[in-house]
Design a protein around this ligand. Structure first.
Ligand code: MGD
Ligand code: MGD
Ligand code: MO
Length: 765
């Protein structure tokens, strides 16, 4: 076992050289093009870069491994569906540098852990399978066959299949994900935690209960046609840049936009479309008509205030609610209204931290418009009351009849490029019985019907030594999960930790007694198999399934595809006891798709329909007012105001992404749109809160969070005064994951509450 797992799990607490400038008033534009070209020229050869940028998100090209924002059905830009952060995601994967046995023989595990995440990521692409033996300080090379046997023998040595956990990150394609969950279920467990547990799980839980489908209901076309789009708890200029093009189009068609966010995020204020050269010169579009600077976790209160005023108007004028829709399609209206009437408007507004003037501006837009789309992301899903946040939004949409019609509906904006597809094809620790029945009918074994471990349950189980093998298909578990030190102990308690990865990351350095790194092909690379170069499929945030095919030569000839890795491990683990011929699938992915079509609803004629260059839409009940709930109706829900209070001196901290990162992969050290350069260990604070604590700009501070009597600490941050509501502060993920308590998560969904962490701030001495 690696002796220093807890130390290795933390990001190094060292400073760089912080520079601050005024945040730019608009986003994207020239700055974005320059930034991505700089990035590409540093890490890729120019020929590959050009080839890739022409094929990114093109029909018949490859799906950008960045975010899950959909591509236009019709015309696509000749520059590729260009976006700065998409280019960075690709450059990160397609870089020239590789690391193999020489690298690992030179650097001990503990030595690598001293590097920052930025430095670790820059080491290069993993080029061959590596093994860390018990008690060893260095990884050593291992053959693929031996690696498969090693995993198989560990799994088979467990007393019970439930002693293993199988994590998935959302880049995994449908084909690899389907086979992976099939293997895990045939092995005998439902322990399938995934990044979705930390991401949009709360959206899935809230939407399934209220609208009968855990996905959003709108298409891109709806966004163009909406009268009003609300963008809540989301920073699209950084995390979904192509969404701004859709919002711009909506505005051009007369639509209005309300942004609700504690921070005046750049893209929401002004946006310059990089594909429109005249705009680059003459300035951009002001995106948000109303910007609502809400306090962290003030959303239920704000929405309730809106609902109360709508109800008041409805009672006066009688034509505000869509009563026909409510009568025909919904359930629970009376009880909901009764409950709503118990709340007081002024109290709600005060709890939201929003002024009456701003409230009125937002309210008037909602009052006037009936084609409303609500978009949201992590600002709503990562709170203890996350499910309430989303259900309350659904209440608003239902009152306005804004669901299942053109230009209206729900739009949870997904993170990883195939996180939605992974769930569709069975990466789910609590999959519906109907799905498990289909697996049984097709393959002849009975999948476990137990509720498997989510991310949080997995960490607890490993900590308590109830789970002993950790397997990760993609991702960077230790840096992504909450409560870094507790989680590091959980990993260290395992007999074996395995990661299928493209790049070195901190999870490779916080290991069980033994550890494996299995390097795989990325999206951009050609996947050569017996029947030729393989095509795979992904599903975007709006339920469109489309093909993806790499175009570059693999960076090493020792890489396997994720599909081949899963097949190899399944074969080596299950051997003769399997009812499935595992090795056939890796030779021909069409066979995987034939199986998916039999087991997963909506994939009829899959192989053929995947040939359609624009892909195909999966069925979506909410989109056509067919609500797949128990009563067949859309449900109003009752949501309490969260009753958290800060103790004296505490601030509510949100952990957010900078402009130069993809989750735990740090592309660079700047957060250009927020005017922060060359530093990540910063805490954004309200200037009044700084004054009352006697803190100066760039003051070095330590952060502490106390939760249920346990104190967690993160040291060495620099204070940056910022336009953020009082009593709120913000830091970057993953540096402050050490402060996020494992036990603080969304009810029902178990999403870690990494946007509402109570902290105190002390000067470092
Ligand atoms: N370039 C890039 N693209 C990405 C990613 C990336 O890291 N880099 N990550 C991908 C993934 S996996 C995901 S899930 C998405 C994440 O996309 P986002 O959700 O946009 O990412 P975050 O940085 O977590 O931003 C959360 C936003 O919510 C706001 N917020 C925080 N708390 C609250 C609150 O209580 N109420 C409201 N109304 N707002 C709040 C914050 O100010 C911030 O603007 O992006 C995906 N795309
Ligand atoms: N405090 C805090 N914590 C958070 C969040 C937050 O906002 N705040 N956000 C949460 C969210 S929304 C998410 S989605 C999770 C993300 O959690 P993860 O998905 O686990 O993390 P990533 O950083 O996206 O994973 C990056 C790693 O994936 C590997 N990788 C990249 N591409 C591929 C590929 O094609 N195949 C394979 N096999 N591996 C690949 C690389 O080795 C890389 O190091 O983090 C969560 N954690
Ligand atoms: Mo995510």
């Amino acid at each position: 076992m690696n002796s220093k797992s807890k130390e290795n799990a933390k990001t190094p607490e060292k400073f760089l050289d912080l520079k601050i400038s005024k945040p730019p008033s608009n986003s994207v534009g020239f700055g974005a093009i320059k930034s991505s070209l700089d990035h590409v020229s540093k890490y890729m050869n120019p020929g590959d870069a050009l080839k890739l940028s022409l094929k990114i998100n093109q029909k018949g090209g490859f799906d950008c491994p960045g975010c899950a924002w959909p591509d236009p059905d019709d015309e696509r830009s000749s520059l590729g569906e260009y976006c700065e952060n998409g280019i960075k995601a690709i450059a990160e994967e397609a870089q020239n540098k590789t690391i193999n046995r020489d690298f690992f023989s030179k650097h001990a595990v503990d030595e690598l852990a001293v590097m920052t995440d930025f430095e670790i990521g820059k080491s290069g692409r993993l080029a061959e399978p590596m093994f860390l033996a018990e008690g060893n300080t260095h990884y050593e090379p291992i053959s693929w066959d031996d690696a498969f046997e090693k995993v198989g023998s560990h799994l088979n040595a467990l007393c019970n299949p439930d002693e293993a956990v199988f994590y998935t990150s959302g880049r995994t394609t449908n084909e690899a994900a389907f086979l992976y969950q099939l293997f895990v279920r045939e092995f005998g467990t439902a322990n399938l935690p995934d990044c979705s547990n930390m991401c949009h799980e709360a959206s899935g839980a809230a939407l399934s209960e209220t609208l009968g489908i855990g996905k959003g209901s709108v298409t891109l076309d709806d966004l163009y046609k909406a009268e009003l789009v609300m963008v809540i708890g989301q920073n699209p200029a950084t995390n979904h840049p192509r969404m701004l093009t859709a919002l711009e189009k909506c505005k051009k068609n007369g639509g209005k936009i309300i942004a609700i966010n504690p921070l005046p995020e750049a893209g929401l204020v002004k946006f310059t479309n990089p594909q429109s050269p005249t705009k680059l010169i003459f300035g951009g579009t002001k995106i948000a008509d109303v910007f609502v600077p809400i306090t962290i976790n003030g959303d239920v209160a704000f929405i309730k205030a809106l609902l109360l005023k709508l109800l008041e108007k409805e009672e006066q004028e009688g034509n505000i609610f869509d009563k026909q829709f409510i009568k025909e399609f919904t359930s629970g209206y009376e009880v909901f209204i009764q409950d709503l009437k118990q709340y007081n408007f002024e109290e709600c507004l005060e709890a939201s931290g929003v002024s009456k003037e701003v409230f009125d501006d937002a309210f008037n837009l909602i009052l006037k418009n009936n084609k409303i789309i609500i978009c949201w992301a992590m600002g709503l899903t990562q709170h203890e009351n996350a499910v309430d946040n989303i259900r309350e939004l659904v209440n608003l949409l239902l009152l306005k009849g804004s669901i299942g019609k053109e230009g209206a509906g729900t739009c949870p904006v997904r993170g990883h490029s195939n996180v939605q597809g992974d769930r569709t094809v069975g990466i789910w620790e609590s999959a519906p019985q109907a799905f498990l029945d289909k697996i049984e009918a097709k393959y002849g074994f009975k999948p476990s019907t137990k509720h498997g471990y989510s991310v949080i349950d997995s960490i607890k189980a490993m900590y308590e030594k109830k789970a002993k093998v950790f397997f990760g298909l993609g991702g960077n578990f230790i840096s992504a999960v909450p409560d870094t030190l507790y989680s590091a102990q959980a990993m260290a308690n395992c007999n074996l930790t395995v990661h299928v990865s493209t790049k070195l990351n901190r999870s490779h350095l916080v290991t069980g007694k033994e550890a494996l790194i299995l390097p795989c092909l990325g999206r951009t690379e050609k996947d050569y198999q017996k029947t030729g170069v393989q095509v795979q499929s992904v599903e975007n945030s709006m339920g469109i399934v489309s093909s993806t095919k790499g175009i570059l030569e693999p960076c090493s000839d020792k890489l396997l595809s994720e599909v081949a890795v899963v097949c190899g491990i399944a074969n080596a683990t299950l051997k003769e006891r399997s009812k499935i011929n595992w090795l056939q699938y890796k030779d021909d992915y069409n066979l995987v798709r034939d199986d998916i079509q039999e087991v997963v609803d909506g994939f009829e004629d899959f192989n053929n329909r995947l040939k359609n260059p624009s892909g195909f839409y999966l069925p979506n009940g909410a989109r056509v007012r067919k609500f797949n709930t128990k009563k067949g109706k859309a449900n109003f829900s009752i949501n309490k105001l969260p009753n958290w209070k800060l103790k004296d001196g505490e601030l509510m901290m949100m952990t957010i992404r900078s402009h130069d990162q993809f989750n735990t992969t740090i592309y660079g050290l700047d957060d250009r749109y927020r005017g922060v350069f060359n530093e990540r260990r910063i805490v954004f604070m309200n200037r009044g809160d700084m004054k009352s604590r006697n803190l100066q700009e760039h003051q070095v501070v330590n952060l502490k969070s106390e939760y249920k009597g346990v104190i967690r600490e993160a040291n060495n941050f620099k204070v940056v005064g910022y336009e953020i509501p009082k009593n709120c502060c913000a830091t970057y993920f993953p540096e402050t994951n050490v402060l996020v308590p494992l036990d603080s998560f969304a009810h029902t969904a178990k999403t870690p509450a990494s946007k509402s962490v109570r902290v105190t701030i002390e000067k470092s001495v």
